[in-house]
Design a protein around this ligand. Structure first.
Ligand code: HEM
Length: 527
Protein backbone atom coordinates (compact mmCIF):
# COMPACT_ATOMS: atom_id res chain seq x y z
CA UNK A 1 0.00 0.00 0.00
CA UNK A 2 1.50 3.36 -0.94
CA UNK A 3 1.81 5.62 2.02
CA UNK A 4 0.14 9.03 2.07
CA UNK A 5 3.60 10.60 1.93
CA UNK A 6 4.59 8.72 -1.26
CA UNK A 7 1.25 9.59 -2.89
CA UNK A 8 1.78 13.21 -1.99
CA UNK A 9 5.30 13.05 -3.45
CA UNK A 10 3.98 11.51 -6.69
CA UNK A 11 1.42 14.31 -7.07
CA UNK A 12 4.09 16.96 -6.48
CA UNK A 13 6.39 15.34 -9.08
CA UNK A 14 3.52 15.11 -11.62
CA UNK A 15 2.49 18.72 -11.13
CA UNK A 16 6.07 19.97 -11.30
CA UNK A 17 6.84 17.92 -14.42
CA UNK A 18 3.62 19.03 -16.12
CA UNK A 19 4.17 22.68 -15.29
CA UNK A 20 7.80 22.43 -16.41
CA UNK A 21 6.83 21.03 -19.82
CA UNK A 22 3.91 23.42 -20.08
CA UNK A 23 6.10 26.38 -19.31
CA UNK A 24 8.86 25.10 -21.57
CA UNK A 25 6.36 24.81 -24.40
CA UNK A 26 5.08 28.29 -23.67
CA UNK A 27 8.50 29.74 -23.17
CA UNK A 28 9.19 29.87 -26.91
CA UNK A 29 9.73 33.58 -27.21
CA UNK A 30 9.22 35.27 -30.58
CA UNK A 31 12.35 35.28 -32.75
CA UNK A 32 14.55 38.34 -33.04
CA UNK A 33 18.14 39.54 -33.27
CA UNK A 34 20.49 38.45 -30.51
CA UNK A 35 21.33 41.31 -28.24
CA UNK A 36 24.05 42.14 -25.79
CA UNK A 37 23.63 40.31 -22.44
CA UNK A 38 23.51 43.59 -20.54
CA UNK A 39 21.89 46.19 -22.79
CA UNK A 40 19.94 43.87 -25.09
CA UNK A 41 19.37 45.41 -28.54
CA UNK A 42 19.79 48.99 -27.32
CA UNK A 43 22.56 49.82 -29.77
CA UNK A 44 20.96 47.98 -32.68
CA UNK A 45 17.70 49.95 -32.68
CA UNK A 46 18.37 53.15 -34.63
CA UNK A 47 16.89 56.40 -33.34
CA UNK A 48 16.63 57.45 -36.98
CA UNK A 49 13.49 55.98 -38.62
CA UNK A 50 13.39 52.85 -36.39
CA UNK A 51 10.27 51.63 -38.24
CA UNK A 52 12.45 50.77 -41.25
CA UNK A 53 14.69 48.63 -39.04
CA UNK A 54 11.62 46.91 -37.56
CA UNK A 55 10.30 46.27 -41.05
CA UNK A 56 13.62 44.69 -42.02
CA UNK A 57 13.50 42.46 -38.93
CA UNK A 58 10.01 41.42 -39.98
CA UNK A 59 11.41 40.18 -43.29
CA UNK A 60 14.23 38.31 -41.52
CA UNK A 61 12.39 36.76 -38.58
CA UNK A 62 8.69 36.85 -39.42
CA UNK A 63 6.04 39.44 -38.57
CA UNK A 64 6.23 39.07 -34.77
CA UNK A 65 9.72 40.04 -33.59
CA UNK A 66 11.22 40.16 -30.12
CA UNK A 67 13.85 42.63 -28.94
CA UNK A 68 15.21 43.74 -25.59
CA UNK A 69 16.11 47.17 -24.25
CA UNK A 70 18.17 46.42 -21.15
CA UNK A 71 15.87 44.02 -19.33
CA UNK A 72 12.75 45.41 -20.96
CA UNK A 73 10.96 43.13 -23.37
CA UNK A 74 9.79 44.50 -26.71
CA UNK A 75 7.58 42.76 -29.25
CA UNK A 76 7.18 44.42 -32.66
CA UNK A 77 4.10 43.61 -34.72
CA UNK A 78 4.67 44.15 -38.42
CA UNK A 79 1.32 42.87 -39.67
CA UNK A 80 -2.10 44.35 -39.06
CA UNK A 81 -3.79 41.02 -38.29
CA UNK A 82 -1.45 40.50 -35.30
CA UNK A 83 -2.01 44.04 -34.06
CA UNK A 84 -5.78 43.65 -34.44
CA UNK A 85 -5.71 40.39 -32.51
CA UNK A 86 -3.47 41.49 -29.66
CA UNK A 87 -4.14 45.22 -29.32
CA UNK A 88 -7.82 45.22 -30.27
CA UNK A 89 -9.38 41.81 -29.52
CA UNK A 90 -7.14 41.12 -26.51
CA UNK A 91 -7.07 44.79 -25.56
CA UNK A 92 -7.86 44.07 -21.90
CA UNK A 93 -4.27 42.91 -21.59
CA UNK A 94 -2.54 45.24 -24.07
CA UNK A 95 -3.91 48.72 -23.37
CA UNK A 96 -1.40 50.06 -20.91
CA UNK A 97 1.70 52.16 -21.44
CA UNK A 98 5.14 51.47 -20.14
CA UNK A 99 5.97 53.87 -17.30
CA UNK A 100 8.46 56.40 -18.67
CA UNK A 101 10.65 58.16 -16.17
CA UNK A 102 12.06 61.01 -18.25
CA UNK A 103 8.99 61.95 -20.31
CA UNK A 104 6.25 60.53 -18.06
CA UNK A 105 7.29 61.16 -14.46
CA UNK A 106 9.38 64.33 -14.79
CA UNK A 107 8.45 66.05 -18.04
CA UNK A 108 4.70 65.38 -17.87
CA UNK A 109 4.37 65.00 -14.08
CA UNK A 110 2.41 61.74 -14.64
CA UNK A 111 -0.40 63.82 -16.13
CA UNK A 112 -0.28 62.89 -19.85
CA UNK A 113 -3.15 60.77 -21.16
CA UNK A 114 -1.02 59.33 -23.95
CA UNK A 115 1.48 57.97 -21.38
CA UNK A 116 -1.01 56.96 -18.66
CA UNK A 117 -1.20 53.38 -17.49
CA UNK A 118 -4.49 51.68 -18.28
CA UNK A 119 -6.92 52.18 -15.40
CA UNK A 120 -9.43 54.50 -13.79
CA UNK A 121 -7.35 57.70 -14.16
CA UNK A 122 -6.86 57.04 -17.86
CA UNK A 123 -10.54 56.18 -18.34
CA UNK A 124 -11.67 59.42 -16.71
CA UNK A 125 -9.48 61.69 -18.86
CA UNK A 126 -10.13 59.65 -22.00
CA UNK A 127 -13.89 60.10 -21.53
CA UNK A 128 -13.37 63.87 -21.38
CA UNK A 129 -11.47 63.77 -24.67
CA UNK A 130 -14.21 61.58 -26.10
CA UNK A 131 -16.91 64.05 -25.05
CA UNK A 132 -15.56 66.72 -27.41
CA UNK A 133 -14.10 64.49 -30.15
CA UNK A 134 -16.71 61.79 -30.78
CA UNK A 135 -18.38 61.67 -34.23
CA UNK A 136 -21.77 62.63 -32.78
CA UNK A 137 -20.55 66.15 -31.86
CA UNK A 138 -18.40 66.77 -34.90
CA UNK A 139 -21.01 68.71 -36.85
CA UNK A 140 -20.63 71.42 -34.20
CA UNK A 141 -17.17 72.32 -35.52
CA UNK A 142 -18.02 72.59 -39.21
CA UNK A 143 -18.21 76.41 -39.29
CA UNK A 144 -14.85 76.56 -37.54
CA UNK A 145 -13.25 74.11 -39.99
CA UNK A 146 -14.68 76.02 -42.94
CA UNK A 147 -13.45 79.38 -41.67
CA UNK A 148 -9.95 78.20 -40.78
CA UNK A 149 -9.57 76.35 -44.08
CA UNK A 150 -10.58 79.52 -45.95
CA UNK A 151 -7.92 81.37 -44.00
CA UNK A 152 -5.41 78.62 -44.84
CA UNK A 153 -6.11 79.17 -48.57
CA UNK A 154 -5.74 82.91 -48.11
CA UNK A 155 -2.40 82.44 -46.27
CA UNK A 156 -1.13 80.22 -49.09
CA UNK A 157 -2.39 82.58 -51.79
CA UNK A 158 -0.70 85.60 -50.24
CA UNK A 159 2.35 83.69 -49.02
CA UNK A 160 1.65 84.68 -45.41
CA UNK A 161 4.73 82.82 -44.12
CA UNK A 162 7.11 83.02 -47.10
CA UNK A 163 8.82 79.73 -47.81
CA UNK A 164 7.51 78.19 -44.59
CA UNK A 165 4.83 75.76 -45.64
CA UNK A 166 4.93 73.93 -42.32
CA UNK A 167 4.17 77.16 -40.49
CA UNK A 168 1.08 77.67 -42.66
CA UNK A 169 -0.06 74.09 -42.13
CA UNK A 170 0.63 74.32 -38.39
CA UNK A 171 -1.23 77.59 -38.10
CA UNK A 172 -4.26 76.07 -39.75
CA UNK A 173 -4.17 72.94 -37.58
CA UNK A 174 -3.45 74.81 -34.36
CA UNK A 175 -6.24 77.31 -35.05
CA UNK A 176 -8.87 74.56 -35.17
CA UNK A 177 -7.59 72.82 -32.04
CA UNK A 178 -6.88 76.07 -30.17
CA UNK A 179 -10.49 77.16 -30.34
CA UNK A 180 -11.68 73.76 -29.11
CA UNK A 181 -9.11 73.84 -26.32
CA UNK A 182 -9.22 77.46 -25.17
CA UNK A 183 -12.43 78.83 -26.65
CA UNK A 184 -11.03 81.60 -28.83
CA UNK A 185 -9.24 82.11 -32.13
CA UNK A 186 -5.48 81.92 -32.44
CA UNK A 187 -4.00 85.21 -33.60
CA UNK A 188 -1.70 85.39 -36.62
CA UNK A 189 1.17 86.84 -34.67
CA UNK A 190 0.76 84.36 -31.85
CA UNK A 191 4.17 83.41 -30.48
CA UNK A 192 2.55 80.55 -28.57
CA UNK A 193 2.40 78.42 -31.70
CA UNK A 194 6.18 78.61 -32.23
CA UNK A 195 6.71 77.60 -28.64
CA UNK A 196 4.22 74.76 -28.94
CA UNK A 197 6.01 73.40 -32.02
CA UNK A 198 9.32 73.41 -30.13
CA UNK A 199 7.77 71.75 -27.09
CA UNK A 200 6.11 69.12 -29.23
CA UNK A 201 9.25 68.35 -31.23
CA UNK A 202 11.08 67.82 -27.92
CA UNK A 203 8.37 65.58 -26.48
CA UNK A 204 8.16 63.24 -29.47
CA UNK A 205 11.92 62.74 -29.20
CA UNK A 206 11.80 62.20 -25.45
CA UNK A 207 9.20 59.45 -25.38
CA UNK A 208 10.57 57.12 -28.04
CA UNK A 209 11.94 53.79 -26.67
CA UNK A 210 15.68 54.13 -26.11
CA UNK A 211 15.68 57.94 -26.13
CA UNK A 212 16.82 58.17 -22.48
CA UNK A 213 19.04 55.71 -20.67
CA UNK A 214 17.04 56.07 -17.47
CA UNK A 215 14.03 54.55 -19.21
CA UNK A 216 16.09 51.53 -20.21
CA UNK A 217 17.74 51.27 -16.78
CA UNK A 218 15.20 52.66 -14.27
CA UNK A 219 17.60 52.22 -11.34
CA UNK A 220 19.40 55.34 -12.66
CA UNK A 221 16.48 57.30 -11.22
CA UNK A 222 17.88 56.57 -7.74
CA UNK A 223 20.96 58.65 -8.53
CA UNK A 224 21.19 61.98 -6.71
CA UNK A 225 20.55 65.13 -8.74
CA UNK A 226 24.22 65.98 -9.24
CA UNK A 227 24.76 62.62 -10.97
CA UNK A 228 21.50 62.82 -12.95
CA UNK A 229 21.59 66.05 -15.02
CA UNK A 230 18.86 64.64 -17.28
CA UNK A 231 16.38 65.00 -14.36
CA UNK A 232 16.98 68.72 -14.12
CA UNK A 233 16.66 69.01 -17.88
CA UNK A 234 13.29 67.18 -17.89
CA UNK A 235 11.99 69.35 -15.03
CA UNK A 236 13.11 72.49 -16.84
CA UNK A 237 11.10 71.38 -19.87
CA UNK A 238 8.10 70.78 -17.61
CA UNK A 239 8.38 74.29 -16.16
CA UNK A 240 8.37 75.69 -19.67
CA UNK A 241 5.30 73.66 -20.64
CA UNK A 242 3.42 74.58 -17.48
CA UNK A 243 4.19 78.26 -18.02
CA UNK A 244 2.68 78.13 -21.52
CA UNK A 245 -0.24 75.76 -20.88
CA UNK A 246 -0.94 77.38 -17.50
CA UNK A 247 -1.19 80.85 -18.99
CA UNK A 248 -3.48 79.65 -21.80
CA UNK A 249 -5.80 77.71 -19.46
CA UNK A 250 -5.89 80.57 -16.90
CA UNK A 251 -6.73 83.06 -19.67
CA UNK A 252 -9.50 80.75 -20.86
CA UNK A 253 -10.94 80.64 -17.33
CA UNK A 254 -10.98 84.44 -17.14
CA UNK A 255 -12.55 84.52 -20.62
CA UNK A 256 -15.29 82.11 -19.56
CA UNK A 257 -16.04 84.24 -16.49
CA UNK A 258 -16.33 87.35 -18.66
CA UNK A 259 -18.20 85.32 -21.34
CA UNK A 260 -15.50 86.23 -23.82
CA UNK A 261 -14.81 82.70 -25.08
CA UNK A 262 -16.85 79.77 -26.34
CA UNK A 263 -18.20 78.34 -23.06
CA UNK A 264 -18.00 74.63 -23.89
CA UNK A 265 -14.31 74.63 -24.74
CA UNK A 266 -12.09 71.89 -23.29
CA UNK A 267 -10.52 74.21 -20.71
CA UNK A 268 -13.96 75.07 -19.40
CA UNK A 269 -14.95 71.38 -19.09
CA UNK A 270 -11.71 70.70 -17.24
CA UNK A 271 -12.06 73.63 -14.85
CA UNK A 272 -15.44 72.20 -13.87
CA UNK A 273 -13.95 68.73 -13.41
CA UNK A 274 -11.21 70.20 -11.29
CA UNK A 275 -13.82 71.50 -8.84
CA UNK A 276 -15.82 68.27 -8.81
CA UNK A 277 -12.86 65.89 -8.60
CA UNK A 278 -10.53 68.10 -6.56
CA UNK A 279 -7.80 67.93 -9.21
CA UNK A 280 -4.71 70.15 -9.05
CA UNK A 281 -4.53 73.13 -11.47
CA UNK A 282 -1.66 71.41 -13.25
CA UNK A 283 -4.04 68.62 -14.35
CA UNK A 284 -6.13 71.23 -16.19
CA UNK A 285 -3.02 72.83 -17.70
CA UNK A 286 -1.57 69.50 -18.85
CA UNK A 287 -4.72 67.97 -20.24
CA UNK A 288 -5.81 71.03 -22.21
CA UNK A 289 -2.24 71.43 -23.41
CA UNK A 290 -2.20 67.80 -24.50
CA UNK A 291 -5.23 68.33 -26.74
CA UNK A 292 -3.45 71.29 -28.33
CA UNK A 293 -0.18 69.34 -28.66
CA UNK A 294 -1.66 66.06 -29.91
CA UNK A 295 -3.84 67.77 -32.50
CA UNK A 296 -1.52 70.37 -33.98
CA UNK A 297 1.58 68.49 -35.04
CA UNK A 298 -0.19 65.40 -36.37
CA UNK A 299 -2.57 67.39 -38.55
CA UNK A 300 0.12 69.70 -39.89
CA UNK A 301 2.49 66.81 -40.63
CA UNK A 302 -0.21 64.95 -42.56
CA UNK A 303 -0.90 68.06 -44.63
CA UNK A 304 2.83 68.32 -45.40
CA UNK A 305 2.82 64.73 -46.71
CA UNK A 306 -0.24 65.61 -48.78
CA UNK A 307 1.61 68.53 -50.43
CA UNK A 308 4.52 66.24 -51.20
CA UNK A 309 2.22 63.57 -52.64
CA UNK A 310 0.55 66.13 -54.92
CA UNK A 311 3.88 67.49 -56.09
CA UNK A 312 5.09 64.03 -57.04
CA UNK A 313 1.75 62.87 -58.50
CA UNK A 314 0.30 65.65 -60.68
CA UNK A 315 -2.12 63.18 -62.32
CA UNK A 316 -3.79 62.64 -58.92
CA UNK A 317 -4.17 66.38 -58.38
CA UNK A 318 -5.68 66.73 -61.82
CA UNK A 319 -8.13 63.88 -61.26
CA UNK A 320 -9.26 65.43 -57.96
CA UNK A 321 -9.71 68.82 -59.65
CA UNK A 322 -11.85 67.25 -62.36
CA UNK A 323 -14.05 65.66 -59.69
CA UNK A 324 -14.36 68.89 -57.68
CA UNK A 325 -15.12 70.96 -60.80
CA UNK A 326 -17.85 68.52 -61.77
CA UNK A 327 -19.57 69.24 -58.45
CA UNK A 328 -18.99 72.96 -57.80
CA UNK A 329 -18.40 74.16 -61.35
CA UNK A 330 -15.25 74.94 -63.32
CA UNK A 331 -15.25 78.71 -63.06
CA UNK A 332 -13.79 78.96 -59.55
CA UNK A 333 -16.77 80.89 -58.22
CA UNK A 334 -17.84 78.31 -55.63
CA UNK A 335 -15.52 76.88 -53.03
CA UNK A 336 -16.19 73.24 -52.06
CA UNK A 337 -17.27 72.66 -48.46
CA UNK A 338 -18.15 69.91 -46.04
CA UNK A 339 -21.64 69.84 -47.53
CA UNK A 340 -20.05 68.30 -50.66
CA UNK A 341 -18.37 65.45 -48.81
CA UNK A 342 -20.53 62.65 -50.16
CA UNK A 343 -20.22 63.93 -53.74
CA UNK A 344 -16.41 63.93 -53.68
CA UNK A 345 -15.32 60.30 -53.14
CA UNK A 346 -12.01 60.78 -54.96
CA UNK A 347 -11.04 63.58 -52.54
CA UNK A 348 -11.83 61.21 -49.68
CA UNK A 349 -9.69 58.56 -51.33
CA UNK A 350 -6.83 61.11 -51.53
CA UNK A 351 -7.23 61.71 -47.78
CA UNK A 352 -7.11 57.99 -46.97
CA UNK A 353 -4.16 57.41 -49.28
CA UNK A 354 -2.26 60.27 -47.62
CA UNK A 355 -2.76 58.63 -44.22
CA UNK A 356 -1.65 55.29 -45.68
CA UNK A 357 1.22 56.36 -47.90
CA UNK A 358 3.15 58.25 -45.23
CA UNK A 359 1.63 57.62 -41.79
CA UNK A 360 2.68 60.42 -39.44
CA UNK A 361 3.12 57.98 -36.55
CA UNK A 362 4.90 55.32 -38.64
CA UNK A 363 6.43 53.41 -35.74
CA UNK A 364 3.12 53.36 -33.86
CA UNK A 365 2.83 54.23 -30.20
CA UNK A 366 3.98 51.39 -27.93
CA UNK A 367 1.31 49.57 -25.92
CA UNK A 368 2.28 47.62 -22.77
CA UNK A 369 1.06 44.19 -21.68
CA UNK A 370 -0.10 43.50 -18.15
CA UNK A 371 -0.16 39.68 -17.97
CA UNK A 372 1.70 36.89 -19.70
CA UNK A 373 0.07 35.69 -22.91
CA UNK A 374 0.59 33.10 -25.63
CA UNK A 375 0.08 34.08 -29.25
CA UNK A 376 0.69 31.90 -32.30
CA UNK A 377 2.74 29.64 -30.02
CA UNK A 378 4.94 32.50 -28.81
CA UNK A 379 5.15 33.53 -25.18
CA UNK A 380 4.66 37.24 -24.64
CA UNK A 381 5.75 38.08 -21.14
CA UNK A 382 3.89 40.37 -18.78
CA UNK A 383 5.22 43.95 -18.98
CA UNK A 384 6.24 43.74 -22.62
CA UNK A 385 6.24 46.84 -24.79
CA UNK A 386 4.22 45.95 -27.88
CA UNK A 387 4.97 48.19 -30.86
CA UNK A 388 2.54 48.18 -33.80
CA UNK A 389 4.75 49.03 -36.76
CA UNK A 390 2.21 50.98 -38.81
CA UNK A 391 4.78 51.63 -41.50
CA UNK A 392 5.17 47.99 -42.47
CA UNK A 393 1.41 47.38 -42.19
CA UNK A 394 0.91 50.15 -44.76
CA UNK A 395 3.60 48.63 -46.97
CA UNK A 396 1.97 45.19 -46.97
CA UNK A 397 1.79 44.21 -50.63
CA UNK A 398 -1.06 41.75 -50.03
CA UNK A 399 -3.33 44.45 -48.68
CA UNK A 400 -1.92 47.45 -50.57
CA UNK A 401 -0.42 46.32 -53.92
CA UNK A 402 2.39 48.61 -55.20
CA UNK A 403 2.34 50.01 -51.73
CA UNK A 404 5.05 52.64 -52.24
CA UNK A 405 2.96 54.30 -54.99
CA UNK A 406 0.56 57.09 -54.05
CA UNK A 407 -2.62 55.70 -55.57
CA UNK A 408 -5.98 56.89 -54.14
CA UNK A 409 -7.80 54.57 -56.57
CA UNK A 410 -7.05 51.70 -54.20
CA UNK A 411 -9.69 53.15 -51.86
CA UNK A 412 -12.21 54.22 -54.45
CA UNK A 413 -14.40 51.14 -54.62
CA UNK A 414 -15.23 51.19 -50.91
CA UNK A 415 -15.19 54.97 -50.42
CA UNK A 416 -18.12 55.71 -52.68
CA UNK A 417 -20.48 53.47 -50.74
CA UNK A 418 -18.96 54.20 -47.33
CA UNK A 419 -18.68 57.88 -46.74
CA UNK A 420 -21.81 59.16 -45.12
CA UNK A 421 -20.49 60.39 -41.79
CA UNK A 422 -17.22 61.58 -40.22
CA UNK A 423 -16.56 58.15 -38.75
CA UNK A 424 -16.38 56.69 -42.26
CA UNK A 425 -13.53 59.01 -43.15
CA UNK A 426 -11.19 57.31 -40.72
CA UNK A 427 -11.15 53.72 -42.02
CA UNK A 428 -9.08 51.79 -44.56
CA UNK A 429 -5.67 52.18 -42.88
CA UNK A 430 -4.03 51.75 -39.47
CA UNK A 431 -2.64 55.27 -39.00
CA UNK A 432 -4.67 55.97 -35.87
CA UNK A 433 -3.48 52.97 -33.88
CA UNK A 434 -5.40 50.16 -32.22
CA UNK A 435 -7.83 48.97 -29.59
CA UNK A 436 -8.78 50.98 -26.54
CA UNK A 437 -5.86 53.39 -27.05
CA UNK A 438 -6.83 54.20 -30.63
CA UNK A 439 -6.53 57.92 -31.36
CA UNK A 440 -9.56 59.72 -29.89
CA UNK A 441 -8.97 62.64 -32.27
CA UNK A 442 -9.29 60.58 -35.46
CA UNK A 443 -12.72 61.83 -36.52
CA UNK A 444 -11.85 65.47 -35.99
CA UNK A 445 -8.48 64.94 -37.69
CA UNK A 446 -9.94 63.27 -40.77
CA UNK A 447 -12.69 65.83 -41.26
CA UNK A 448 -10.33 68.77 -40.68
CA UNK A 449 -7.75 67.48 -43.14
CA UNK A 450 -10.43 66.57 -45.67
CA UNK A 451 -11.74 70.14 -45.88
CA UNK A 452 -8.21 71.57 -46.05
CA UNK A 453 -6.89 69.33 -48.80
CA UNK A 454 -10.10 69.37 -50.85
CA UNK A 455 -10.02 73.16 -50.89
CA UNK A 456 -6.30 73.25 -51.68
CA UNK A 457 -6.87 70.91 -54.64
CA UNK A 458 -9.78 73.10 -55.77
CA UNK A 459 -7.76 76.32 -55.51
CA UNK A 460 -4.18 75.70 -56.60
CA UNK A 461 -1.69 74.37 -59.08
CA UNK A 462 1.16 72.81 -57.09
CA UNK A 463 4.45 72.63 -58.95
CA UNK A 464 8.12 72.04 -58.34
CA UNK A 465 9.87 75.30 -57.53
CA UNK A 466 12.55 76.19 -60.05
CA UNK A 467 16.20 76.85 -59.32
CA UNK A 468 17.84 80.11 -60.54
CA UNK A 469 18.79 78.33 -63.81
CA UNK A 470 15.10 77.58 -64.43
CA UNK A 471 15.22 73.85 -63.74
CA UNK A 472 12.60 72.19 -61.46
CA UNK A 473 14.11 71.47 -58.05
CA UNK A 474 14.04 67.79 -57.09
CA UNK A 475 12.50 66.66 -53.82
CA UNK A 476 13.58 63.60 -51.87
CA UNK A 477 10.51 61.93 -50.32
CA UNK A 478 12.77 59.96 -47.97
CA UNK A 479 13.89 63.01 -46.04
CA UNK A 480 11.70 63.24 -42.98
CA UNK A 481 11.79 63.87 -39.26
CA UNK A 482 12.38 60.61 -37.55
CA UNK A 483 10.89 60.37 -34.09
CA UNK A 484 7.39 59.33 -33.10
CA UNK A 485 5.88 61.88 -35.48
CA UNK A 486 7.27 61.99 -38.98
CA UNK A 487 6.88 64.81 -41.47
CA UNK A 488 8.85 65.66 -44.60
CA UNK A 489 11.78 67.99 -44.16
CA UNK A 490 11.18 71.40 -45.69
CA UNK A 491 10.95 71.21 -49.49
CA UNK A 492 10.50 73.83 -52.22
CA UNK A 493 7.00 74.09 -53.65
CA UNK A 494 5.51 76.62 -56.05
CA UNK A 495 1.85 77.38 -55.39
CA UNK A 496 -0.32 79.25 -57.95
CA UNK A 497 -4.07 79.89 -58.00
CA UNK A 498 -5.69 77.86 -60.77
CA UNK A 499 -7.34 81.02 -62.18
CA UNK A 500 -7.82 84.63 -61.12
CA UNK A 501 -11.42 83.75 -60.33
CA UNK A 502 -10.28 81.13 -57.81
CA UNK A 503 -8.06 83.76 -56.18
CA UNK A 504 -10.92 86.28 -56.07
CA UNK A 505 -13.25 83.72 -54.50
CA UNK A 506 -10.69 82.96 -51.78
CA UNK A 507 -10.32 86.69 -51.03
CA UNK A 508 -14.03 87.39 -50.96
CA UNK A 509 -14.82 84.31 -48.85
CA UNK A 510 -12.11 85.26 -46.37
CA UNK A 511 -13.39 88.85 -46.17
CA UNK A 512 -16.87 87.50 -45.48
CA UNK A 513 -15.80 85.08 -42.74
CA UNK A 514 -12.85 86.67 -40.99
CA UNK A 515 -14.76 88.72 -38.45
CA UNK A 516 -17.13 86.00 -37.30
CA UNK A 517 -16.76 86.03 -33.48
CA UNK A 518 -15.17 82.97 -31.89
CA UNK A 519 -18.34 82.15 -30.01
CA UNK A 520 -20.33 81.80 -33.23
CA UNK A 521 -17.89 79.36 -34.77
CA UNK A 522 -18.92 76.41 -32.65
CA UNK A 523 -22.48 75.26 -32.19
CA UNK A 524 -23.43 74.72 -28.58
CA UNK A 525 -24.52 71.27 -27.41
CA UNK A 526 -28.05 72.55 -26.93
CA UNK A 527 -28.34 73.84 -30.54
C1 HEM B 1 -3.39 63.01 -38.52
C2 HEM B 1 -3.86 63.08 -37.33
C3 HEM B 1 -3.58 62.09 -36.23
C4 HEM B 1 -2.94 60.88 -36.25
C5 HEM B 1 -2.34 60.16 -37.45
C6 HEM B 1 -2.95 60.37 -34.90
C7 HEM B 1 -2.41 59.15 -34.53
C8 HEM B 1 -2.43 58.67 -33.22
C9 HEM B 1 -1.87 57.40 -32.82
C10 HEM B 1 -1.18 56.39 -33.75
C11 HEM B 1 -2.06 57.28 -31.49
C12 HEM B 1 -1.64 56.09 -30.61
C13 HEM B 1 -2.72 55.02 -30.68
C14 HEM B 1 -2.33 53.73 -30.01
O1 HEM B 1 -1.77 53.77 -28.91
O2 HEM B 1 -2.57 52.65 -30.59
C15 HEM B 1 -2.74 58.48 -31.04
C16 HEM B 1 -3.10 58.72 -29.74
C17 HEM B 1 -3.70 59.88 -29.32
N1 HEM B 1 -4.16 60.92 -30.11
FE1 HEM B 1 -3.97 61.06 -32.11
N2 HEM B 1 -3.56 61.28 -34.10
C18 HEM B 1 -3.98 62.34 -34.87
C19 HEM B 1 -4.68 63.45 -34.46
C20 HEM B 1 -5.12 63.69 -33.18
C21 HEM B 1 -5.94 64.80 -32.78
C22 HEM B 1 -6.49 65.86 -33.73
C23 HEM B 1 -6.10 64.69 -31.43
C24 HEM B 1 -6.85 65.58 -30.49
C25 HEM B 1 -7.40 66.70 -30.82
C26 HEM B 1 -5.40 63.50 -30.99
C27 HEM B 1 -5.31 63.06 -29.69
C28 HEM B 1 -4.71 61.88 -29.30
C29 HEM B 1 -4.60 61.44 -27.91
C30 HEM B 1 -5.10 62.21 -26.70
C31 HEM B 1 -3.99 60.19 -27.92
C32 HEM B 1 -3.66 59.31 -26.72
C33 HEM B 1 -4.77 58.29 -26.51
C34 HEM B 1 -4.51 57.30 -25.38
O3 HEM B 1 -3.36 57.01 -25.07
O4 HEM B 1 -5.51 56.80 -24.84
N3 HEM B 1 -4.81 62.91 -32.08
N4 HEM B 1 -2.96 59.30 -32.11
Amino acid sequence: MPTVASLFLAVIIAVTTWSFFFRARRARLPPGPIGNALVGNLFQIPLHRPWLYFEKLGRLYGPVVRLRLGWEEIVVLNEAEDAEELLSRRSKNYSSRRPLIYAGKYLKGNEALVLSPYGEGWRMIRSLFHSILQPRVLHRYEALQELESTKFLSDLLHDRWPGDLFKSASHFSASVIYLLAYGKRLKDDDKDLDELIEIMDGFVEDCYPGAHLVDTFPFLDYLPDFLAPWRKEALRKRDREMALFGRLADDARKGIESSDVFPECFASILWQQKEEQKLPDTAVYSTTGELFEAGTDTLASTIMWFFLAMLENPDVLQKAQTEIDSVVGQDGAVMPGLRHLEELPYCTAVLKETFRWMPVVPGGFPHYSEAEDVYKGFAIKAKTMVIPNIWSMHRNEGEFPNSSMFNPDRFLSNVASEVASPSDLTGGHYGFGFGRRICPGRYLASQTIWIAITRIMWAFRLEHATSPDGKPMKVDTNLSTTQIISRPLSFPLAIFPRTQRHADTIDSEWRRQKDIPSKELVRLAAD
